[in-house]
Design a protein around this ligand. Sequence first.
Ligand code: SF4
Ligand code: SF4
Length: 415
Amino acid sequence: MLYRKVPKTGEELSILGYGYMRLPRKITGGVDEGRAIAQLRHAIDLGVNYVDTAPLYHLGKSEQILGKALADGYRGRINIATKLPPWSVRTSKDMDRILDSQLSTLHTHAIDYYLLHSLAKESWERLDGLGVLDFLDAAKREGRCRNAGFSFHGDFETFREIVNAYEWEFCQIQYNYLDERNQAGTEGLRYAAGKRLAVMVMEPLRGGNLAGRVPEEVERIWGEAPVKRSAAAWGLSWVWNHPEVTVALSGMNEEAHIEENIRVASGAIPGFLTAEEIALVERARDVYLRLMKVACTGCRYCMPCPSGVAIPECFSLYNSTTLFSGDRQFRHQYIGRHGGIVGDRSYAGLCSGCGRCEKICPQQIPIRDRLKDVSRTMEGRGFPIRLGIVKTAFQVYDAVQRFRRPGKRRSPEHH
Ligand code: SF4
Ligand code: SF4
């Protein structure tokens, strides 16, 4: 593992930070707590010393599970980063109450890196007006948090204003090779580093869009590289290539991904990519920007939807359909997962247009309009009627199987 220094304190942080926002799930649903704990402890054993959580992640479960994961001596080996949710703050007293409750949930006396969560213009101005900077001063003075920062999803002008408003030790921005000119972007990265802030990068793989299966066009581009890397390794390497980046957060929930990311992190010194390799990444970026229809990172801030729409999952399958040239398997998956054949219905067409999700989406996606696109492409006309037919057929099939099964079980006794 390689480490980079926080400019204002000299503290050394692993360049790979553990994002505790996409925890492994059980087949039956819900977070697989045992596996989430074992995975994090394994990463700590291999040198990761920074973990990022928030009250929003898994609706509070992430902080709770992290509190358990850091028992047995692990707390002293890692820096905890968690966040103040602006949407839960109505008065300045709420800030103290929320921080105290986080300290209790995490079983710790101090948060190492405390962030104002997901700031943009409106949320920053509101928190500022409620005295959030006085709150941070007091929390640091009292030892309830050690370093103050903010995570950000607004425009560059607002970013600059926030950077200059306080003696922050760090900030957290969305940064990957698709987002160089989006939100804070490269300009924001350099600006913050120039002010001696540590910069933590979230979404280095754009919510997994830049990892795993890649479009054929991108595959061909990676094939031209003299040094072979996986899609995830290309994405992370590109981020770590920037000397201004302190930590890149990866939301790891597969053992193989943890091993791979740690391996990539062991060689990622600033400036290690060649000019030829950077040019390949730029070509891959152009392909993604042309093919991807919705810039959803899968952060799940918009969930739950009151109408039951599985917003990020619908966008993910829609993007996959367009990235992989209309591959029919994604439409089948869409019907299987969101059509209510088993479980509840959660397809895009259920959206009632209430607009609640758009108020909180850090990517400022016009979710209602994009869901209409999803519905048109993935569902088509008469979707509920077709679903009803499929569901009936499925129930008939299931009943026939049940009827047959007792016969099969009886058969050994007849021999
Ligand atoms: S606008 Fe649609 S998708 Fe968004 S919360 Fe309301 S019903 Fe759900
Ligand atoms: S739609 Fe927005 S809030 Fe919802 S998961 Fe995607 S990026 Fe996150």
